[in-house]
Ligand binder design. Structure first.
Ligand SMILES: [Zn+2]
Ligand SMILES: [Zn+2]
Length: 202
């Protein structure tokens, strides 16, 4: 068996002090923790089966990517809805995100919710936002997943009112539906004004 010391970051090696010779093992690992293979000969830290470790980190990488894809998928969906003019301001966004996150498999299923808490960088979001008594995994994951999406979401604001999200473009300016309409209206009036002037001059 090969081991790798995470403490002194040694290369994988088959030389280590076997578990039977490790002293005070009971006080050095807590329940639920991975059982070590033995002790590092260099620094004395507990070392683990390297192949096991490799397999676990590969599996963990897959689960991490899976979670990131869920967050990115939500960000993309909401960004598309903003661009389409279906979500126009912060209130809309709040409501839509709440609804989308609430219906996400990632939140509904307990095992997926647990994984969300493992892979989210915002696993403390629930306590920070709501405090209070210990919620269930789905509630914890809701807050974490919600915040992960929020952090990646970067909607373009309307350049005219700076309050609504932009879903239209006018003269290379990003505008909300309302401001777009009034620019079109203004342009039309100016156009009409000009043609009236021309008529007057004749
Ligand atoms: Zn070591
Ligand atoms: Zn606007």
């Amino acid at each position: 068996m090969n081991v790798k010391c995470r403490s002194c970051d040694s290369k994988p090696t088959d030389k280590f002090k076997p578990l039977e010779e490790v002293k005070d093992l009971g006080t050095r690992i807590s329940s639920g923790e991975e059982v070590p293979a033995g002790e590092c000969l260099k620094c004395g830290a507990l070392v683990h089966d390297y192949d096991d470790y490799e397999r676990l980190s590969r599996a963990s990488g897959v689960l991490q990517r899976d979670y990131e894809e869920d967050v990115d998928g939500m960000v993309e969906m909401i960004t598309d809805e903003i661009k389409a003019g279906e979500i126009t301001d912060q209130d809309d966004l709040y409501q839509r995100m709440h609804e989308a996150v609430d219906g996400a498999q990632r939140i509904i299923y307990t095992h997926e919710a647990k994984l969300a808490l493992v892979y989210s960088k915002n696993d403390e979001a629930y306590a920070e936002e709501f405090g209070g008594e210990m919620p269930n995994y789905s509630q914890l994951a809701f807050a974490a997943f919600h915040r992960d999406i929020q952090e990646r979401l970067d909607p373009t604001m309307c350049e005219d009112c700076d309050k609504a999200f932009a879903s239209k473009e006018y003269d290379a300016d990003d505008l909300c539906e309302d401001c777009y309409e009034s620019r079109v209206e203004d342009a039309k009036e100016e156009e009409e004004g000009r043609s009236t002037t021309v008529k007057v001059e004749e």
